[in-house]
Write a protein that binds this ligand. Structure first.
Ligand SMILES: CC(C)(COP(=O)(O)OP(=O)(O)OC[C@H]1O[C@@H](n2cnc3c(N)ncnc32)[C@H](O)[C@@H]1OP(=O)(O)O)[C@@H](O)C(=O)NCCC(=O)NCCS
Length: 152
């Protein structure tokens, strides 16, 4: 059976995408990044990718790569496109690229209460390696970050 990801493309994000990327971010993150955050990632040379379906931006991810370490800084899929495998597919491609480049580890932080994202990362082989108490702002107070790593 055809998967939605058969029809989704992954390409490099450009500044022309930022309005639409910000709309996705604001639609699904509790404490969304600002336009300035995305601009700074683009200008810093981070790996900023968008997933598109017939030109529509369905999701994005931002990674930094320093020496042999990749760091997933942000990933989101627009609500209408969630639970169709797009995030897993984007991350599989990021992991494959990091393996190709002989990187040794990918790491990330996730809100302790973000069960969906944590399940996704676990499926991909990420393991918990630490916790930062009160790292994220929450609707009320703060929430811990769970640190996860994937050895490549
Ligand atoms: C987390 C997020 C990126 C997942 O994107 P997605 O494209 O819907 O994820 P996928 O369809 O690839 O999901 C793969 C697997 O992850 C798990 N998963 C993903 N979202 C889930 C959810 N809301 N609840 C439970 N499990 C979930 C499931 O096991 C899923 O497989 P299944 O659908 O076959 O059961 C998306 O929900 C999102 O943008 N959330 C808001 C932003 C965010 O939390 N980003 C992560 C910050 S660290």
């Amino acid at each position: 059976m055809a998967e939605i990801t058969d029809h989704v493309r992954l390409r490099t994000m450009t500044s022309a995408d930022l309005e639409r990327v910000l709309a996705v971010e604001q639609a699904c993150q509790l404490t969304p990044w600002s336009m300035a955050n995305f601009r700074s990632c683009l200008s810093s040379g981070y790996r900023c990718k968008v997933a598109t379906h017939e030109g529509e931006i369905t999701g994005f991810m931002v990674l930094s790569a320093v020496l042999d370490e990749a760091h997933l800084l942000n990933i989101a899929v627009a609500p209408a496109w969630q639970r169709r495998g797009i995030a897993r597919w984007m991350l599989e491609q990021a992991i494959a690229r990091a393996v190709d480049e002989d990187m040794s580890v990918m790491y990330l932080e996730v809100r302790a209460g973000n069960r969906g994202a944590r399940k996704l990362y676990k499926q991909l082989g990420f393991e918990i390696c630490g916790r930062r108490p009160g790292y994220y702002r929450a609707e009320e107070g703060h929430e811990d970050a769970v640190l996860m790593t994937l050895m490549l």
